[in-house]
Design a protein around this ligand. Structure first.
Ligand code: AP5
Ligand code: ZN
Length: 215
């Protein structure tokens, strides 16, 4: 099963990703998580990506495409994978199509911009696993601590309100076009297109996504 989660920053892609990967036993491929890991490790990619991410821009297509192409050849991707935050530009989507990556489903999580800004300010993440919480909507069992490891939760550097506005603008300028790219695809290789109202609570979104994916 090859699934793509599409949606604005803060729409809930990371939150829903964990349910899909557990249900279908496929790995999550989050380019955002991969870049944050590179930043934490201090690699040349991390150093280059940090400035761009802190400003809310997009990392270059060739770098991202190379990262993902390498990742999907790994053994754990043999039964499929979940793309989270990738493809994010038309060039990235075309590169996957041209590489023969046929998605089974595209899940669009639809959330208006006004809701996003509030969500980002309350977000807390566990950096090494990517697990995501919200101080009101989805709180951890112990304040400031990850449920599974007990390790500290952090606030992402790009969750400042002005950076969130920039990321939303970049989403509308460069990523929203993929709604049409995938939604209007036809033929044998066209993925099932699923659109979910992401303003509903986490559990309701989860049920609707899993049902639409056949669970
Ligand atoms: P990335 O990490 O992909 O960030 P993003 O797409 O901006 O999305 P987020 O992770 O911010 O949000 P999400 O949709 O996962 O929401 P979440 O579940 O956390 O990318 C970061 C940066 O890396 C980019 O800006 C770019 O610079 C670079 N990059 C990454 N991929 C790239 C690519 N392919 N090409 C180029 N550059 C790339 O939820 C948000 C909050 O809301 C949480 O607190 C959560 O608890 C809460 N929440 C979730 N669902 C609900 C709900 N239903 N109700 C109430 N609250 C909810
Ligand atoms: Zn995310």
């Amino acid at each position: 099963m090859k699934v793509l989660l599409l949606g604005a920053p803060g729409a809930g892609k990371g939150t829903q990703a964990q349910f899909i990967t557990q249900t279908f036993n496929i790995p999550q491929i989050s380019t955002g998580d991969m870049l944050r890991a590179a930043i934490k490790a201090g690699t040349p990619l991390g150093l280059e990506a940090k400035k761009i991410m802190d400003e809310g821009g997009l990392v270059r297509d060739d770098i991202i495409i190379g990262l993902v192409q390498e990742r999907i050849t790994q053994a754990d991707c043999a039964n499929g994978f979940l793309f989270d935050g990738f493809p994010r530009t038309l060039a990235q989507a075309e590169a996957m199509r041209d590489a023969g990556v046929n998605l089974d489903a595209v899940v669009e999580i639809d959330v208006p911009d006004a809701v996003i800004v509030e969500r980002m300010s309350g977000r807390r993440v566990h950096l090494s696993s990517g697990r995501t919480y919200h101080i009101h909507n989805n709180p951890p069992k112990v304040e400031g601590k990850d449920d599974e490891t007990g390790e500290d939760l952090i606030q992402r550097d790009d969750d400042k309100p002005e950076t969130v506005q920039k990321r939303l603008q970049v989403y509308h300028d460069q990523t929203a076009i993929l709604i049409d790219f995938y939604g209007k695809m036809s033929g044998d290789n066209a993925p099932k297109y699923i659109k979910v109202d992401g303003t509903q609570n986490v559990e309701t979104v989860k049920q609707q996504v899993l049902t639409a994916l056949g669970q």
